[in-house]
Write a protein that binds this ligand. Structure first.
Ligand SMILES: NC(=O)c1ncn([C@@H]2O[C@H](COP(=O)(O)O)[C@@H](O)[C@H]2O)c1NC=O
Length: 193
């Protein structure tokens, strides 16, 4: 099954995978704790505005670290609002509603999650809905097919294994992935193959 891009978040752990039929020549690159989806050097030029973006940012709120994951430019305002002290639910709802679904041929939903040490919140904005939900167990939301939050069997307890698990998932057209754990420290990891 092809579900496109997807987010998995649960308390203390999160992951993100790029799956893509149309833009497979992409990678995740890390700089100063931010993970960015970017074209590889051999990628054909494109004017599609939705294929390069920060997919994972870490942020401090009241001395606690949090991580934000998502499939587009909304990751930045979500992270900035969380950093200003907004609750995760509000940062997700405000940012996703402001930007709304992508204005491409598929009305591609925006998906995102916020990972806290002891909690997590998952969200999506589609043409027909805005869904924002606190979750107590690892939960997935994808751009296509699995476009409502659903339980996800994530066995990982570290960032590298989280990235690897979502990258290796049977959903089709894996391109690259990111993982994160949030606790006393934040660890990130990525997979490009
Ligand atoms: N975030 C991404 O990595 C991303 N990759 C592709 N898209 C959008 O989704 C459309 C469909 O892409 P695909 O056929 O690869 O699933 C693309 O034309 C583009 O508008 C994306 N936008 C949202 O997921």
């Amino acid at each position: 099954m092809y579900v496109g891009r997807f987010v998995v978040v649960g308390p203390g752990i999160g992951a993100y995978r790029v799956s893509s039929r149309s833009f497979p020549n992409r990678q995740v690159v890390e700089r100063d704790g931010t993970l960015t989806v970017a074209p590889t050097s051999d990628a054909p030029p494109t004017d599609n505005p939705y294929v390069s973006y920060n997919c994972l940012r870490t942020v401090e709120q009241s001395g606690e670290s949090l991580a934000v994951v998502g499939n587009g430019s909304h990751v930045d305002p979500i992270a900035e609002k969380v950093g200003m002290g907004y609750p995760a639910r509000d940062a997700l709802a405000l940012s996703l509603l402001a930007l709304d679904f992508e204005k491409d041929d598929y009305d591609t939903p925006r998906v995102a999650g916020v990972v806290e040490t002891h909690g997590a919140t998952i969200a999506t904005v589609r043409r027909d809905a805005l869904v924002v939900r606190e979750v107590a167990e690892p939960t997935l939301v994808a751009t296509y097919e699995a476009d409502d939050p659903e339980p996800f069997d994530l066995g990982a307890t570290d960032a590298a294994t989280a990235a690897r698990e979502v990258y290796d998932h049977a959903y089709e057209h894996a391109v690259c992935a990111a993982g994160v754990t949030v606790g006393e420290t934040v660890e990130t990891s990525l997979v490009n193959e």
